[in-house]
Structures are given as structure tokens and as C-alpha cells.
Design a protein around this ligand. Structure first.
Ligand code: RAT
Ligand code: ZN
Length: 409
């Protein structure tokens, strides 16, 4: 039976509900190949643990020079034991490239020789990812320009409308909107909320997102006497309601713990689960997707999901996406929630990461699910093949499709 579970998990297409991958239509935002893979922020943070090179010197290098340093430091001078380094080895293996090469010459030649469109298809097929949800920021001027130019993404890609700028940096966002000619002010007075809602309506029309999303800091409180609570209550939640869009909350990040590391400098902390409870209780007609960054919040998230059926836990986010922790969290969720959760998202930024992130996660999820079936069998009920297919399909795509009210596969 362990063979059956593994085969079904390995052959069931998955909807990747949160990534930062963009299709070729998005030009420079579409990251692929060995230099993008090696300059992933997870690997940059690890490199500084084993090199004498200073942060300042590193950031003066171009992308290829940074990739060379990461390769030499983490793969030549040291054994690639971490999850992020093992991921690179899995990707090289998928393409038959030498994991012990002393330089990146072979890998660079290989990736440059690939036709990007065909390469995309190959990776999506090999990772068995049927749908990729991007992270789309209307406050990012470059990205906004791409959408305004009428770009239509590859049909396997869908948008999620990211609201970090609005909810976490409201003063800057208000200034930006005012600069674009919208009559808004940072105090949220006058017609500001109406204008911001209209701004979101226009972007929903343009991007057709599958859901709204925001990452929230470890200090996030709700309700609170602050601008974030007002923006949630007066702008974001009414927008979610009107457009029947779920709201994804990614909670527990501490941005810029070490600014010298730039995009690799974020940390985490234990967040206050009562904020999520209050949001779910106050908005029973809104569906929430939620993921927490701290391991310490995982049990609370499961219990909160048992109390509120408008809450869908998803993924093992960022610093949790390591086999030992994915295993622990998936087992805990199976025990507390049965199949009513979304076990994983990749958070990939570079196309080929889909190969390793899904390859590694599928293995761990298969082991956890097999053990649940074994416990059930010992208690007197064996599962059938059809039931395994039903459970895996539900967790890999069905729960999400139900949540967003749309069929994708
Ligand atoms: O996992 C990551 O790559 C992080 O840098 C973040 O992008 C995080 O996933 C987020 O969406 O904020
Ligand atoms: Zn992300």
C-alpha cells in the first residue's frame, strides 16, 4: 500500500496556490536557469554563513558573479546538506547535469540552449503542476505596466492580488495613489475608502485574481485601533465580499531583521492567533486561507480551523518548507483536520524550483498519508485505491477549487 499511496501522490496534478513564478509573457520577471536558481535568497543567506566575502562586496557583484560565489561556497567547498542546497542538486539531477562540477559552465550552456517556452512546458509537466498562482502587486510600477500593456499570462497561470503595500505601508501607498491622481489621503477621510475600493475593483477586473492576499507581521493584531484594521474593515473585506474572493493571510514575518542581507534578511516570530479567530468570527461570509511562518503557531492554526469552517490552512511556508517540519505539520493537520486542508504550496520564485519543491514535498506528504492509512487499517478499516485518489485530489486541488468557487484542472 505504501507503493500505491506514493504512486498516486506522484501522479496527481497539483494546483500550486502560492508562488512568485511568472510565465515568459512577463519578460524579466520570469526567472529561470542556473544563475537565478543560485541567487535565490534562501541560498544567499546560507552563503554568508560560510564565506568571508562581505555583504557590501557581494551586492556589488553582478548576478553571474554572485551565482559563482554561491556555487563555490555551498557546493564545492562544502557539502550541500541544507534543504535549499539539496533542491539545487535535485534540479541538476532532473536535467542530467553534474552535481560535482567545479564551475557553472556546463549548467549555463545547458540552460541557455533551452527554448524558453518548451522548457516551461517541460518543467510544468515534470513537476506535474497543473496551475500556478502568481503573486501580483499592483503597487509595483514595473508589474503594473506589464498588466496595463494588456499582457495575458499563459493559461496555466493565474493571479493573486497582493495587498502588502496597501495594508502594511499605507502612508506610502496613499502617496503613490495620490501621485496617480486619485483623491486619497493617509487619514482615510473623505472619499478615500471609496477611491481605494475603486482602485481594487479596477485591478480585479484587469488581473482576474483567484484570491486577495497579504503577508502580515508577527505583531499583527485584529481588531486594533489602527489603520490596518480600518483598511481591512472598510476596504479589503468588503471587496472580498463583493467579488466573492477569498482572502489569504500569511502571518508571522519580521521583515528586514538584517537589512544588510536585503531580500534574504527577513525573520519570523510567533504571531497572535486570536487576530485570525476574530477575523473569521466577524466575517463568516468571507473565506480565509491562512498560513503561519512560525512552527509554534501550527497547532493553534489547526485548532482555529476546527472552530471556523470559513478558514482553510495552507502550505508549510518558507522556513517551514523542510522535510522534517513538513512531515510534522502534515501529520498534525491530518490528525486534527482529516483531508480538509491544503498541504503545500511551493513559494517558488524560479521556474525550475517547482521540480524540487514539489518533488521533495510529495515524498513527505506520501509518507505522512501512508502512516494515517496504516493507523486506520490497524483500527479496523482499510482504504481503497479510489479513496486514496479522492483524498489526494481533494488536498492537491479540490479544497482550493472549492474555496475559490472555481474549477481549474
Ligand atoms: O518564501 C519566500 O520566498 C519569501 O521571500 C516571501 O516571498 C514570502 O513567501 C511572501 O510571499 O511574502
Ligand atoms: Zn511567497
Amino acid at each position: 500500500m505504501s507503493g500505491a499511496v506514493e504512486t498516486i501522490i506522484r501522479t496527481t496534478p497539483v494546483v500550486d496556490i502560492h508562488t512568485h513564478v511568472f510565465p515568459p509573457e512577463f519578460g524579466a520577471m520570469c526567472l529561470s536557469g542556473i544563475d537565478d536558481l543560485l541567487t535565490y535568497h534562501y541560498l544567499i543567506a546560507e552563503t554568508f554563513r560560510s564565506t568571508e566575502v562581505s555583504h557590501a562586496s557581494f551586492w556589488k557583484m553582478n548576478k553571474a558573479e554572485r551565482a559563482d560565489l554561491v556555487w563555490k561556497t555551498l557546493f564545492v567547498d562544502n557539502t550541500p546538506l541544507s534543504e535549499a542546497t539539496r533542491g539545487i542538486i535535485s534540479v541538476l539531477d532532473a536535467f542530467g547535469l553534474n552535481p560535482r562540477a567545479t564551475t557553472l559552465a556546463e549548467a549555463r550552456t545547458f540552460f541557455h540552449s533551452r527554448d524558453l517556452k518548451k522548457h516551461f512546458d517541460w518543467v510544468m509537466d515534470a513537476a506535474l503542476v497543473s496551475t500556478v498562482v502568481m503573486t501580483n502587486d499592483p503597487f509595483n510600477e514595473h508589474e503594473a505596466w506589464i498588466w496595463k500593456a494588456g499582457t495575458i499570462p499563459d493559461q496555466r497561470f493565474h493571479a493573486s492580488l497582493r495587498l502588502d503595500a496597501l495594508l502594511n505601508h499605507w502612508d506610502d501607498a496613499a502617496r503613490q495613489l495620490a501621485g496617480e491622481g486619485l483623491p486619497v489621503n493617509a487619514g482615510l477621510s473623505g472619499g478615500t475608502t471609496k477611491e481605494v475600493r475603486r482602485f481594487l475593483d479596477n485591478w480585479i477586473e484587469r488581473m482576474q485574481p483567484l484570491y486577495l492576499a497579504v503577508s502580515l507581521s508577527v505583531d499583527f493584531k485584529f481588531p486594533e485601533d489602527d489603520i490596518t484594521t480600518r483598511l481591512l474593515r472598510e476596504v479589503v473585506l468588503p471587496t472580498a465580499r463583493d467579488h466573492k474572493l477569498a482572502l489569504a493571510l500569511m502571518v508571522g514575518v519580521r521583515r528586514g531583521v538584517n537589512p544588510a542581507l536585503r531580500s534574504a534578511g527577513d525573520g519570523l516570530g510567533r504571531a497572535d492567533i486570536t487576530a485570525l479567530e476574530r477575523l473569521c468570527a466577524e466575517n463568516p461570509d468571507v473565506r480565509f486561507l491562512a498560513t503561519f511562518l512560525s512552527r509554534e503557531n501550527q497547532h493553534e492554526l489547526c485548532v482555529t480551523a476546527r472552530k471556523f469552517n470559513n478558514l482553510m490552512p495552507f502550505g508549510c511556508w518558507w522556513f517551514l518548507n523542510n522535510p522534517s517540519i513538513v512531515s510534522e505539520i502534515t501529520r498534525e493537520r491530518l490528525e486534527l483536520l482529516g483531508p480538509s486542508f491544503i498541504p503545500q504550496h511551493s513559494d517558488a520564485r524560479v521556474l525550475e524550483q517547482l521540480l524540487y519543491k514539489w518533488g521533495h514535498s510529495r515524498q513527505v506528504i506520501a509518507d505522512a498519508l501512508f502512516d494515517s492509512y496504516e493507523h486506520l487499517r490497524c483500527s479496523g478499516r482499510a482504504v481503497t485505491r479510489e479513496e486514496i485518489v479522492r483524498d489526494v485530489t481533494r488536498m492537491f486541488s479540490g479544497n482550493f477549487e472549492e474555496w475559490i468557487g472555481r474549477s481549474l484542472v
